[in-house]
Design a binder for this molecule. Structure first.
Ligand code: SF4
Ligand code: SF4
Length: 280
């Protein structure tokens, strides 16, 4: 019958209209509050009715996985040793994988030696060409480039405002942790530290060096004169001196010897695996 579809459509519109007011009463108007924690209420599966967001006066919070243009992570200003330092090592992987090729990196050089240093001297992204695919963030081996939530980037001058330079791209690590806490936590678990990979490595190396330069434990120090005298007496009488008990926590090898032993063991394992493969 003619007009049935029209009547159904009008009924649906009427239902949404009424549900909007029912929903407002149900949530006590919290839906319209200008806070960012009402995302679940406004866009949850239970929400019904028509919602009008009074943009730009009010904005709906974006979900954590939302991605707009990329930004670069730098250390927080209150970091004890690396304040303001880039996480980017200018390896160039993001520029290589970027489908529309909108990333341009200039690698830094040491002014004294002229040798390349793992820091970008310049970093540009043309945000008009960027298609927000997130490949750069996915492929970065140092978690140094991330997708931002800031989508209000329109301007009238594309040449000065839409080519983001390093200064514009750089944002502190704490910002990334605030916009994507779950993701940042998962990355920390995968990296094994909240720190940059290289910073954590340097810290481990520093700790190992300070351990190596520390005075040896009491068990390794030269024996006291009385003990030496007793030992020479024992050797003169042909007795074999009993080995001194190992100090608590002491190992029979130094750390380097232990590492060499570990490498030798792994090499033997590899050799055995190769031999087994050849045999099969
Ligand atoms: S992949 Fe990561 S570390 Fe490498 S240049 Fe890009 S942002 Fe920097
Ligand atoms: S989000 Fe995609 S298009 Fe944009 S810079 Fe990264 S890789 Fe390139």
């Amino acid at each position: 019958m003619y007009g049935t579809g029209l009547a159904k459509g009008l009924m649906l519109t009427l239902r949404h209209f009424v549900e909007s007011y029912v929903d407002d009463i149900r949530y006590g108007f919290r839906k319209y509050h200008h806070s960012t924690d009402n995302f679940g209420i406004r866009q949850g599966t239970q929400t019904k009715g028509v919602i009008t967001v009074q943009y730009p006066d009010e904005k709906v919070a974006v979900p954590e996985r939302f991605r707009f243009v990329p930004f670069l992570i730098v250390e927080d200003e209150d970091h004890p040793t690396r304040a303001g330092k880039d996480w980017c090592t200018s390896c160039g992987i993001c520029a290589k994988v970027c489908p529309p090729q909108c990333i341009w990196i200039v690698r830094g050089n040491d002014p004294n030696t002229g040798r390349p240093v793992p820091e970008p001297e310049a970093f540009f992204i043309d945000i008009d060409i960027c298609m927000n695919c997130g490949y750069c963030a996915e492929y970065c081996p140092f978690d140094a480039i991330k997708m931002d939530h800031d989508y209000e980037l329109a301007s009238y001058d594309r040449t000065t405002h839409h080519i983001h330079d390093k200064e514009r791209l750089s944002k502190p690590n704490s910002y990334w942790r605030s916009i994507a806490p779950t993701r940042a936590y998962e990355e920390m678990l995968a990296r094994g530290t909240w720190e940059h990979k290289d910073a954590a490595k340097e810290a481990r190396r520093g700790a190992a060096a300070s351990r190596a330069s520390a005075p040896p434990p009491a068990a390794e120090r030269p024996a006291a004169p009385q003990a030496q005298a007793a030992a020479s007496e024992a050797s003169a009488s042909g007795e074999t001196a009993a080995p001194a008990p190992a100090a608590e926590g002491a190992t029979p090898w130094t750390e380097d010897e232990a590492k060499r032993e570990e490498r030798r063991r792994k090499a033997l394992e590899r050799k055995a695996r190769r031999a087994a493969k050849r045999g099969s």
